[in-house]
Ligand binder design. Sequence first.
Ligand SMILES: [Zn+2]
Length: 539
Amino acid sequence: MKKSALFSLVILFFYTNTYSQNKPKLVVGIVVDQMRYDYLYRFEKHYSNGGFKRLLNEGLEFTNAQYNYVPTYTAPGHTSIYTGTTPAIHGIIGNNWFDKNLNKSVYCTDDESIKNVGGASNEGKMSPRKMLTTTFGDELKLSNNRKSKVIGIALKDRGAILPAGHLGNAAYWFEGKSGNWISSNYYFDSLPDWVNKFNKKKFPEMYLTQKWQTFLPIENYKESIEDNNNFEKSFDKDGTSIFPHDIPSIFAKNKNFDLLKEIPFGNTFTKDFAIDAIKFENLGKGEVTDIITISFSSTDYVGHRFGVSSKEVEDTYVRLDRDIEDLLKFLDLQFGKDYTVFLTADHGAADNANYLKSLNIPAGTINDNKLSDSLKFFIKKNFGDSIFLNYSNQQIFINENLFAEKKLSLQDFEQKVIAFLMKFDGVQNCNTASDMTKNSFSDIPRLMMQNGFNAKKSGIILVNYQPGWVEYGAKGSTHGAPFSYDTRVPLVFFGKGINRGKCYEKVNITDIAPSISTLLNVPFPNGCSGKPLNMYFAK
Ligand SMILES: [Zn+2]
């Protein structure tokens, strides 16, 4: 009797110990804005051993992690990572979208009821209120009477606010006018001292007085096309798009610190601020797990301006690799092995369409303003004035009340408008809102459209472009499509509770949140549609 009681106690101790052992003091969510999966390997030989390579060598890599909805943009991307569901459920259907009730375009985190904290402009009137579901951070906080701390950091407001969730203790983003990290009174009424101290150091002024030279000799960057080419935008209209970039003279022209977002030093600046947040907020030093979400935004700005195949993108990743190395070294010092990291991206990017065309690969650009104007004209001619309201995020919005009042036939409208759209070069197919609500699709891109379709918020006709076709200008890169160049992103888990390994199975971006929830033994986010990947984690 005594013996078996002792045995049970040992078993109980073993299991309890296993549970608490896998729960880290700190979860660090890293999102690299516009990072394609291939960048992990394309620039590999220029990476140090302590950054991306360390994550891959010591962590668990998913080689086929995919976005499972359109549009593949920053706000829906960050929201889907942290809520474990798609825009159909979480409601963040774009960065901006046309609000049918307000009859105007709205921004994902705009909130008129909110005031700036620490800013010199209106860039602080922001909150996560348009996000309709909880994040894994919210669920962690609900599980322990809000003892856990959750802090979101990114140069882009949406990259900080949406990951921090509804219960975030703070979100910080960058304001170009002042060159400061700011926040809003959604979180508190004044910035903490450590933030004011950081802002007083005036790092942006320092970064903007240096030319942007390549980190390694430019001849070493053999993975990108020649620096002088026709596929890149310059920083200003008289400038060139080749190294070295004369940042001080560009900054001297308009004195707006937003320029820092567009160069790789914006990532270093973000990393340093995140380290101070962990230190001065005592993250990971209490009884319960804390969360910090860090989004590196500069990669997206550089990608948009110079394009996927540019030397500038290559240099930006070589530099970001060193920032990741610094961050991991800091986490080692603070927490030993008691922290867990995941690294992913909010979307990928398409190669510049004119570059692809120059190589005989089918591709093209679509001018959405022109497309919108011709749609407006066509709809006016066939169905009357004021029916067409907006074309955005590849969706058509109409005045549904007026449409009903005039007793117009929806079927006739859909048929005529779709036939009109199909004449445009680059349009692959169109789907209607009723297709989205009545059917259940499994094919790409219609499943992707359906996962991005929110019955209350989305348009009446949804348009899909052919692979390689982008809604963009002649130079630089963009994203938004349901195809793998935009949907396939890195996904690496690293640190406490994670086995070293490589998994080739297709997983969805919505699987990250329930995996972290499982690691922390807390409920899944309330709209979660992903599946946990913990069978690959440490037992
Ligand atoms: Zn972007």
